[in-house]
Design a protein. Structure first.
Ligand SMILES: Nc1nc2c(ncn2[C@@H]2O[C@H](COP(=O)(O)OP(=O)(O)OP(=O)(O)O)[C@@H](O)[C@H]2O)c(=O)[nH]1
Ligand code: SF4
Ligand SMILES: [Mg+2]
Lengths: 600, 425
């Protein structure tokens, strides 16, 4: 019987209030007592709490007695808003019949509002539009309601206006869910098909797969099978989130819950995969599985070389929860032993960096991010290069270098049209089309190389539009272009971790910027240090860091040797953190310098 | 082994803008109680040294009154302190007794009395001859005070004067520094110290520069100043013996040598110049006792220091109960570190290499640690020689066979930290 089940998710642009609305729903249904005043209850990671950003989707079951007196089982899935995690949103949507679309009354429609909405429509979900934050003085609920109405083809007064923070009108959201989200199909007699829409790792129970059962049912004693990874498993337990994990004896078609798989890595249990019964497998998996592909790559190195084993361990553990993180060992002549890691985007990369530093207390160095290039050699061999230093030096052997291109949609108030066009074309973007999804809002569609947007594009976009523009993007295709390696040489030695792949027309400018920056960052040493940028076998920029002449402590006061020694020890510790390139000491920040080239 | 004794006098009438020494302005009322406490500490340590050394008295060859501004004490108080010292320690006949003085706080009469008490070296904090610079430093004196003070000291009989200078001041030019050096040389001191300004955390200078109100001294310009001054001092007959210290050769070269020098590790090298014997004691890693608030000492395998605050110091010296405090510590000691051989060795390098003329003599190192300098630190020494910061120097020394000494090169003098850090942990 599924007529009293409703599965829905909350979708929105970043920070429009999904997690806060979820809090209110949890309180209102008594799932979490009112006196629990934790905010963003479903954001359980420290990092999520601190940043106020949802990184992982989460699911929770609520029991709700509607105004008519009937009891319903509501399964809520909270999703991340950031574009890097779009794939998780798409999976979560697949697990639902309805979506609450939250729009911030002060911001209006933004890029992920649209991106997520289109995905939800694609998945055939019933949409419940909600305007949030109407308590704020700067709220423009009427205007935003008009925009939503024209977007969805509904009446403006049908859009529920709430304050998730104060709880105003949130009861109406619950009622709408019951009325407007269709119940799941009752297909419990068919063979088992359950979608894994997320997972996390639990040190006692192994990988916990978040699932939506579409057909058939699961008992704790069943032997299960995964389609894509072809793993068989005896679950440790099955259960529901209420909101903590609570074992149950049965999960049937239409329900949302979890399977504690006992599996040791998330690789065996991938988001998007389908679970069936080993004894009576369904003929086909549910449609649409794809493995999220990393788009951005960077080197990760321990600041203290001794931390290498700990770094490997922390990456292993992070991967348990995050199947989209990839890494392989890498060695740099400048930075020693480390890893080449792949991420969904720059935000994902930042999150990984912070988690390594905070959850594993490791000091790490991330090199400047790069995309993955395809290099066609003249002998027709194709090599992929995700680390610029690996690009073959001999240009005559290279037929073509291809790089990933993206389609991007930028939504902005119309007055920022000009600055955005300027920004995108400066970065090799190509204008495709425009639309007006709402009055005063324009959506600009471009194609642009990914390498041009991974470095400070988003910040630049925000600063040119006073924070109003938002952005969504998808992979388009690989395209060839006039690309070349920009190398940095320190006292004649190329520094692998500072190499970059750039467009030929940008090489000169970027090389100069890089040299200027490095000259500021590299401290004076005991000898002159020459820094050069070279591209296509030519030195295009150079500078000299003059040898230091004075570095000595003055007076030893009244025989206070101890203080002097401490100062020297401190200086020595600081020196140890510098990276040696040949005999030149280079501070960590130099390796991120390319990220800051566009500043000033 | 002959000791050096240091006495800290933590009083100043006004705190200079760059100063982070342990000193206090406006607490002059505590001077009498402080001097009493200081005498108690001298007595205490004197007695515990007797006990430690089965009755024999510690011999001292230098006394140094530093501050703060020791010249704020009246001659009568010096008399009392010196009497207490003589009661508890054996001062050698040729003892060096230095008093630091602020040129704005001395009078001819007082200087005369101090000289008659046996004090034979005055160190004046001059810092600069430029009125603007002195004002910026918030010194309480002007250069006329310096001229008077030096003249009075000469008349009072002092034939060993040091003048302290600071270079690398914000907005200081090479021209103004040259003028300062020239005017200092005109006063014919026996000894000159020139220290680079460091902006210390917690001082007005530190705060102003952190807020961008004070131009940070240009290190290259400071290096030029140092080099120019080194040459000027050299030309004027001063010999450099430490990174920041220069001394004139004594006129009637009275070369004294300790009879027991050859075989013992406690030789005292009586310099034939006006080198400050007290400071040499620090650099050579020889023992010294520290008395007074915030004073540091190094003896009997301890590095130790006393409580910083005047009030606490006085309380501690008045209220202690006799317990088994080990020599050289006192009831005022708040930090003590028992030295390992490793500590001693690395500090020996770090201080010894500051001695630009003598450096670290290989035989002295061998005598002290029973190991070869060139072996213990072979890698560090080789690297630093390669970098042009260290050199081996052949010294023909009277009473010794010629011996190898490791010392800073000319260039290394300004890059001392780059050398020293190689010898610390
Ligand atoms: N004034 C006001 N603030 C709100 C309201 N709802 C949410 N907020 C605030 O908006 C910010 C973002 O809220 P979240 O619930 O974390 O937003 P989110 O959509 O889950 O964000 P992501 O998970 O990062 O996509 C928080 O600071 C909330 O306190 C509201 O109704 N009124
Ligand atoms: S006189 Fe010396 S001790 Fe006193 S405040 Fe000035 S610099 Fe510091
Ligand atoms: Mg959230």
């Amino acid at each position: 019987m599924t007529s009293h089940i409703r599965n829905f998710c909350i979708i929105a642009h970043v920070d429009h209030g999904k997690s806060t609305l979820a809090d209110r729903l949890l309180h209102l249904t008594g799932t979490v007592p009112d006196r629990d005043t934790t905010e963003q209850i479903l954001d359980s990671m420290d990092l999520e709490r601190e940043k106020g950003v949802t990184i992982k989707a989460s699911a929770v079951r609520m029991n709700y007695t509607a105004k008519g007196g009937e009891a319903y089982e509501l399964n809520l899935i909270d999703t991340p808003g950031h574009v890097d995690f779009g794939y998780e949103v798409s999976r979560a949507l697949k697990a639902c019949e309805g979506a609450v679309l939250v729009v911030d009354a002060t911001q209006g429609i933004e890029a992920q509002t649209l991106a997520n909405l289109y995905q939800a429509l694609d998945a055939d979900l019933a949409i419940i539009p909600v305007i949030n934050k109407i308590d704020l003085p700067s709220a423009r609920p009427d205007e935003v309601a008009e925009d939503i109405a024209s977007l969805l083809g509904v009446k403006a007064d049908e859009v529920i206006r709430i304050s998730a923070k104060d709880g105003l009108n949130v009861d109406q959201v619950l009622e709408s869910i019951v009325r407007r989200v269709p119940p799941p199909k009752d297909d419990s007699a068919s063979r088992l098909r359950a979608l894994i829409f997320d997972s996390h790792y639990d040190s006692y129970k192994g990988v916990i797969a978040y699932i939506r059962v579409f057909e058939g049912s699961i008992k704790p004693t069943d032997t299960l099978h995964t389609f894509a990874t072809r793993a068989d498993m005896k679950p440790v337990e099955i259960g529901i989130f209420a909101p903590d994990m609570k074992p149950v004896q049965n999960l049937t078609a239409g329900e949302v819950g979890y399977i504690a798989t006992g599996l040791k890595t998330v690789h065996d249990c991938r988001v998007g995969d389908t679970i069936t019964l080993a004894s009576a497998p369904a003929p086909d998996p549910l449609p649409g599985y794809r493995h999220p592909k990393p788009m951005v790559f960077a080197g990760i190195y321990p600041v203290e070389a001794d931390d290498y084993p700990e770094l490997r361990e922390s990456l292993d553990k992070l991967q348990l929860n995050d199947a989209s993180l990839t890494f392989d060992p890498e060695t740099s002549q400048a930075l020693g032993f480390g890893f080449r890691a792949g991420f969904l985007g720059l935000f994902h990369m930042e999150i990984v960096q912070e988690r390594i530093e905070r959850e594993y207390l490791l000091d790490v160095l991330f090199t400047a991010p790069s995309v993955e290039y395809e290099v066609l050699m003249i002998n027709d061999e194709i090599i992929t290069v995700d680390s610029p230093a690996e690009l073959p030096d001999d240009e005559s052997k290279i037929a073509e270098i291809r790089e990933p291109w993206m389609t991007i949609e930028i939504i902005t108030p119309t007055e920022y049209y000009g600055p955005i066009m300027d920004l995108v074309t400066k970065r090799r973007g190509i204008y495709k089309s425009q639309e007006y999804p709402a009055p005063h809002r324009v959506q600009l569609d471009f194609e642009i190389p990914l390498s041009e947007i991974i470095v400070d594009f988003f910040d630049e976009l925000k600063s040119r539009t006073k924070g109003y523009a938002s952005l969504d993007y998808q992979f388009l295709e690989y395209r060839p272009d006039e690309l070349q390696k920009l190398e940095i040489l320190v006292n004649g030695e190329p520094v692998d971790a500072l190499a970059a792949i750039v467009h030929k027309k940008d090489a000169y400018h970027k090389g100069q910027r890089m040299i200027t920056k490095l000259k500021e960052i590299i401290p004076r040493q005991l000898f002159d240090v020459a820094i050069q940028a070279s591209a296509g076998g030519r030195v295009i920029s150079r500078a000299n860091v003059k040898a230091t002449r004075k570095d000595v402590l003055a007076k030893c006061y009244g025989g206070d040797i101890t203080r002097k020694k401490k100062l020297l020890e401190k200086q020595k510790r600081g020196k140890k953190r510098l990276k040696m390139v040949g005999n030149v000491e280079i501070p960590q920040e130099a390796f991120m310098a390319v990220l800051k080239l566009e500043e000033e | 082994m002959s000791y050096s004794l240091y006495f800290h006098i933590p009083f100043c009438t006004h705190r200079c803008a760059y100063c982070d020494f342990n000193t206090y302005a406006g607490q002059e009322d505590s001077i009498p109680a402080y001097v009493d406490a200081l005498c108690k500490e001298i007595e205490f340590v004197g007695q515990s040294s007797h006990a430690e050394r089965s009755g024999s008295t510690v011999e001292a060859h230098t006394l140094f009154f530093g501050g703060g501004t020791p010249s704020l004490l009246s001659p009568k108080r010096f008399e009392k302190i010196l009497r207490t010292i003589r009661d508890h320690f054996d001062l050698i006949e040729d003892v060096e007794i230095t008093v630091e003085a602020n040129p704005g706080t001395v009078s001819f009469d007082d200087l005369k009395t101090l000289h008659s008490l046996g004090i034979n070296r005055i160190s004046f904090g001059v810092q600069s001859a430029n009125p603007e610079e002195l004002r910026m430093l918030e010194r309480i004196h002007d250069f006329f005070d310096v001229i008077d003070a030096v003249e009075w000291a000469r008349k009072a009989g002092f034939d060993n004067l040091n003048l302290d200078l600071i270079y690398g001041l914000p907005e200081q030019t090479l021209t103004s520094w040259r003028a300062t050096v020239q005017r200092i040389l005109d006063l014919h001191p026996e000894h000159i110290s020139a220290y680079a300004l460091t902006l210390e955390h917690g001082t007005p200078f530190g705060r102003w520069s952190a807020r961008g109100l004070l131009p940070i001294p240009d290190p290259d310009l400071a290096a030029d100043m140092y080099e120019w001054a080194s040459e000027a001092f050299d030309a004027a007959g001063y010999g450099q013996y430490e990174i920041s210290n220069w001394a004139r050769v004594k006129d009637e070269s009275r070369k004294l040598k300790d009879k027991s020098a050859a075989g013992s590790s406690s030789f005292i090298f009586y310099p034939s110049s006006f080198e400050c014997r007290h400071n040499l004691q620090y650099w050579r890693g020889l023992p010294y006792l520290g008395f007074g608030a915030g004073a540091h000492g190094y003896a009997n395998n301890y590095r130790y220091s006393n409580t910083l605050r005047i009030k606490t110091y006085i309380e501690r010296m008045n209220e202690y109960r006799k317990s088994n405090i080990e020599f050289p510590l006192s009831p005022a000691t708040v930090n003590q570190h028992h030295q390992s051989v490793g500590d001693d060795m690395s500090e020996y390098m770090m201080t010894g290499l500051r001695l630009t003329r003598e450096g670290i003599a290989a035989p002295a190192f061998r005598r002290r640690f029973g190991r070869e300098l060139s072996e213990v630190y072979s890698r560090e020494i080789n690297d630093l020689i390669q970098l042009g910061l260290l050199e081996w120097h052949e010294e023909a020394c009277e009473g010794y066979e010629s011996s190898q000494a490791l010392r800073l090169t000319r260039r290394g003098r300004l890059l001392g930290n780059q050398v020293f850090i190689r010898f610390v942990e």
